[in-house]
Design a protein around this ligand. Sequence first.
Ligand SMILES: Cc1ncc(COP(=O)(O)O)c(C=O)c1O
Ligand SMILES: [Zn+2]
Length: 367
Amino acid sequence: MTLNYVCTCCGKKTPVTTHEPHCECGGLFELDFKPQPWDASLIDRNEWSIFRYRAFMAMDDDSTWRSVTMGEGMTPIIPFSDDVLFKMDYTMPTLSFKDRGAATLVSHCKAIGVKNCVQDSSGNAGNSVAAYSARAGIGCEIFVPEGTSPKKITMIESHGAKVNVVPGTRDHCADVCRAKVKNDGAFYANHVFNPFFYEGMKAYIYETFEQLGRIPANIVVPVGNGTLFIGVVKALEHLLESGAIEKFPNIIALQSELCDPLYQARLAGSKHAADVTPSPTMAEGIAIGRPMRGDELMDMIYRHDIKMVTAPEDKILEARYEIARRGIYCEHTTAANYAAYKHYCELYGPTPDTLITMCGAGIKSDH
Ligand SMILES: Cc1ncc(COP(=O)(O)O)c(C=O)c1O
Ligand SMILES: [Zn+2]
């Protein structure tokens, strides 16, 4: 299959073999790809990773992924309370949900002959890209903002990747990395820019559908740059269009109350992420003041009437404690998901049949 990117700004097509991070006009790429209708008989049941759903994913070829996968995805769904199910995403190879996307993105990098890549991240995506790059034999350099959990940095370095700790905010860290891409021509293996990352993230929904035989009524999704969010929306739209599900579930998208550009935009009825000045938050993973795909995210939010809620900062540790006391040790940003869910219940009443991702392991935010 010859795959193309299509520019989200000017519509120009570019073959996915390009090493450029975006269209000539500066617009971000999306894949010119529509998956075939969902059909459970097309799941490769002998493959115990996200690639069992590759019949519905954009793939460069059907061989490269085999030397890159580390069995990511396929995470258990367990009951936490009468109303809440947890998807245990921190049980993945690098202990976070980003492995789904890194597996597809790095497979793509390998398929098109990338030798070295750079990436900026709050820690987890960088950790995933570093690990999968090591597996694929690709050199890797990761930019993280100052204040990133030391454990995340140690993990990234353990894979042989160079780590640059950039003073200032997460957004500034991305600017510094992008300057390097522009000046040195390094391949930008970035979870926000490169659409192959979303192909992996879609499996969150495919797994859930296969595991439960249905989609829960409510799905809580953290949104920083929105990589899981976009994957979830794309996969649900796919299932809906295929007639596999009858209605779109209620998606509850959460941001930190100290960094909430999309929440503010939703409140104001705006199509564009609001200008906010992020304050430091324990939820480091969602501290994105300027989401690059802000317009795309807002479009999805309005298209599906997606609810937005913020995670109260002073409830994050309490949530982490409550979860840990039930045997589950998640990182602070992940506890924010549960804190935001509880806040949602305070605002709108009991919300049964809710799926929440346990997206990062507790060990990652032990300082
Ligand atoms: C634990 C955790 N949760 C949520 C997020 C938010 O993901 P995204 O920026 O793709 O929305 C991240 C991102 O790094 C994260 O590490
Ligand atoms: Zn363009």
